[in-house]
Structures are given as C-alpha cells and as structure tokens.
Design a protein around this ligand. Structure first.
Ligand code: KE4
Length: 427
C-alpha cells in the first residue's frame, strides 16, 4: 500500500501531539509501522489519506456497529445541528435517551449521561464508595475501565499494549485502594475479599473481556462474583462500555442472565459521538448529585448532537433485534474461516469469540486471563496484522484488543478477510 501521506501526516502530528495521536492504541506502537490517517469511511470500509480502502474490524473500537456514515444517523445529526450544538441546559433528547436505554436494559431505574466510558466507570466507582461507605474495589488484571487513576493498575488495552505495568503519576494513595486479581479465578477473588473484609465497595468487571483480546467468563465465574457481592455487601459493577448494545439489546446482563448493581455504557450509545453513561437501581443512583451528595458533572454531558446520534443508533438496534443475531452469525462465519485458513500453517493459534467479539492469539493454550493472553507470540501477531493490512484488512493494531464487527460487513468482505489470512506466511 502507498502510505506516503499518512507518513507525512504522522511526522507532522508528532510535532504537536504527544506520540502523534490522541489515544495511544492508535499509534501502531505494538505492531510497528506508521499509523494510517483516515480521511473518510462508509459502511464497512475505511479510506486512508492516500486513498487506500480497508475492510474495517475496529469500528471506532465498537461504536460503529451499524457501519460508518449510517444514513439515518447522519441525517439526524444534520437536522439537529441547525439548532445549535450545545446549551448547557436540560433537553428532551436526554430524557428520551434515558427512557430508551432503561427500556432496553434490565435492572436500571435511573441513568446519568457522561462524555466517555472512562467518566462512566470512574463515576460508578465513586458512587459505589459513596453508597457503601467503603474505599477499596476489585478489578481484574487485563481489564480496562478507562484512564482514571484508580483503574491504571494492571490494566488492559493500551496500557497492556505499551506494557506499562506501573503508570507514572498514579500515587500510592490511589493505588492502595485498587485491588487486582486474575480474571476467571474465583478462589483468588474470595481470598482478596476475605483479606480486605468490610473494606471493599465494589467489584468492577468486563463481563466479557475485550481489552486483552476477547476473553470469555468461565462457567460460574460471574455467578460467583454476584454471590460474593450479595454476601459481602459489595456492589457488582458491569463495565458494559464494550458489551452494552453489542451482545444483545440488554447487553451482557441480558445475554448472560446476571444482575449487576451498576452498569456502565459508552461507544455504541453515542453512535460515534462522545457519550458514556452509568445506571442502576433507584436506591443507589439517587445518591448522585443533585438528588444525593455523590458529586458528578460535565459541561457536555447529554450533548444534543451526541444524544441524537446515539438515540438514532439505539432505535435502529431496538427496532431490528435481528441485527445482533446477524452480527453473531457473521462473526462465527469469520471464525470458522480463519480457523481453516490458519490451521494448515503449522503454528499454534487460538481464536476466542463471543457474539460479535473475536480475537486471534498466536499461542498453544487457552486464553482465559491476562497471563495467558500475554503469553502469545507478539512477533507473529505483528506480521499477521501487517500481512492483512497490506491486503486491505484493518485489524485492531494490538493483540490486547478485541476485533469489532459492524453490520455493514458483507459475507464477501468476510471471505476477502479469510482469503487474506490464507495467504499469510509467517516468514
Ligand atoms: P473511553 O473513555 O475510551 O470512552 O472508554 C474507556 C473504556 C471503558 N471500559 C471498557 C470496557 C473499554 O473498552 C473502554 C475503552 N476501550 C478502548 C479500546 N479497547 C478505547 C480505545 C482507546 O483507548 O482509544
């Protein structure tokens, strides 16, 4: 691929933006090479500054579930933007959005809009602390809940990609209240709870992990977390920034049949615009200011343009629930095709899939937590990533990320992806 303009843009960007990007995972640090500067996108396709076309498996890290420039979303934004872009005052759109989300997901009576998944998760932790009066919380190694200080302890996504085990700037005072243990290890969680009995406000978990590749909860694990939270007076927080409105209309709570006390959302609910949200049952959420004293705020929270983009996206998903089954069917087709394409190449690999989340790991063992996700052949992933990129297939540039399918992907696109994997040579 000719990528001269991306290379020139990256050199220019590095002169004014740290690392040349506004979010580390975009920098291709772990796969090497020059990040592509995207100029436009439509449906399942991205087009870079040099005019190269790519089949997109990032979907803006999840939001573009309907595909890029989905006409009803674009039209809704066009119609709304003439009425100004922000007021700093309540609007009917925010009420409609809250009512729509509450109608789609279980166990949420009240919901607060914010502008990112990070804000949603950090607010949920603050609320859990304010509601229970306890300071500590448990997160799992390799799970990523955004870049708030308390979460940057053994985190996934870009933190794992850049292998930053201890993030400078996170004080001991903050880190001491963040307890971590391996995902899918109920004994480790029980030991931690016993060790800190009476001091843990919450357990926050990605119910299906997407930030160390796609890693599924093992049978009974989430049920064990639910039971521990019930017996130890802790809140179970499902971080559904990725899984929400992707796995099912009601997200992981619906798909897995597990009740969370608080749930965080992001990505899909903004339709590509900056939106996050956190919600739960009334007795907890009523502690949030101004109803209660747990302060949380945001200038652009519930922004009307972001709301109309998210509302339009969610209405399409609510009105066409078959989209979830279509996405799952396409992902299963892709997994089966990749399985066939790679299995005769003589090197070990594992493909994890859950609904429309999927990841390929170059290793000879199951990937069930951060330790096993970290034990893959990263050089082989780099070569695989670039081999497919050179063939017009744009995968997430890190082995510590889930791929995200969008529903604009055709079976021809999937076949092209499988054919590209067939021609991958681990040279
Ligand atoms: P944001 O603050 O990036 O909107 O959301 C943070 C977040 C919270 N929870 C989960 C489960 C998430 O996956 C994320 C963000 N996901 C990454 C991709 N793995 C965002 C991409 C990026 O950092 O640029």
């Amino acid at each position: 691929m000719e990528t001269t303009l991306s290379e020139q843009l990256f050199a220019r960007a590095r002169r004014s933006i740290p690392g040349g990007v506004n979010s580390p995972v975009r920098a291709f640090k772990s796969v090497g090479g020059t990040p592509l500067f995207i100029s436009r996108a439509k449906g399942a396709y991205l087009y870079d500054a040099d005019g190269n076309k790519y089949i997109d498996y990032i979907a803006s890290w999840g939001p573009m579930i309907l595909g890029h420039a989905y006409e009803p979303v674009i039209q809704a934004i066009r119609d709304r933007v003439a009425n100004s872009t922000s007021y700093g005052a309540p609007t009917e759109l925010e009420v409609e959005m809250a009512e729509l989300i509450i109608s789609m997901v279980p166990h949420v009576d009240l919901i607060r809009m914010v502008s990112s998944g990070t804000e949603a998760c950090m607010s949920a932790i603050r609320l859990a602390r304010g509601f229970t009066g306890k300071n500590k919380f448990i997160k799992f190694e390799g799970h990523y809940h955004g870049h708030a200080d308390a979460f940057l302890v053994k985190a996934g996504s870009g933190v794992a990609t850049l292998d930053i085990q201890t993030v400078p700037g996170i004080t001991a005072g903050v880190a001491q209240d963040t307890l971590t243990c391996p995902f899918n290890d109920p004994e480790a969680v029980t030991r931690l709870v016993k060790q800190h009995r009476g001091n843990i406000a919450a357990i926050i978990v990605e119910p299906v992990a997407g930030n160390m590749g796609c890693v599924l909860p093992e049978k009974g694990f989430l049920e064990e977390l639910r039971s521990l939270c019930d017996t130890e007076n802790m809140l179970l927080i499902f971080d559904e920034v990725m899984t929400g409105f992707r796995l099912a209309p009601g997200g992981a709570q619906e798909k897995l049949g597990i009740r969370a006390d608080l749930v965080t959302y992001g990505k899909v609910i903004g339709g590509g615009m900056p939106v996050g949200a956190f919600g739960g049952r009334r007795e907890i959420m009523e502690h949030i200011a101004p109803a209660g004293k747990v302060y949380q705020a945001g200038t652009l929270s519930g922004n009307p343009i972001a709301m109309i983009a998210g509302l339009t996206t969610l209405k399409v998903l609510k009105g066409n629930p078959k989209i979830f089954a279509e996405l799952e069917q396409k992902t299963t087709y892709l997994k089966e095709g990749l399985q066939k394409a790679l299995q005769q190449k003589g090197f070990p690999f594992v493909i994890n899939q859950y609904a429309s989340m999927i990841s390929v790991h170059f290793c000879d063992h199951p990937v069930k937590d951060f330790a096993t996700a970290s034990d893959g052949n990263t050089d082989q992933f780099k070569k695989f990533f670039h081999s497919l990129l050179d063939q017009g297939i744009y995968l997430p540039p890190s082995p510590f990320e889930s791929w995200f399918l969008n529903n604009a992907l055709s079976f021809r696109d999937l076949d092209e992806t499988i054919e590209a994997a067939e021609s991958f040579v681990d040279s």
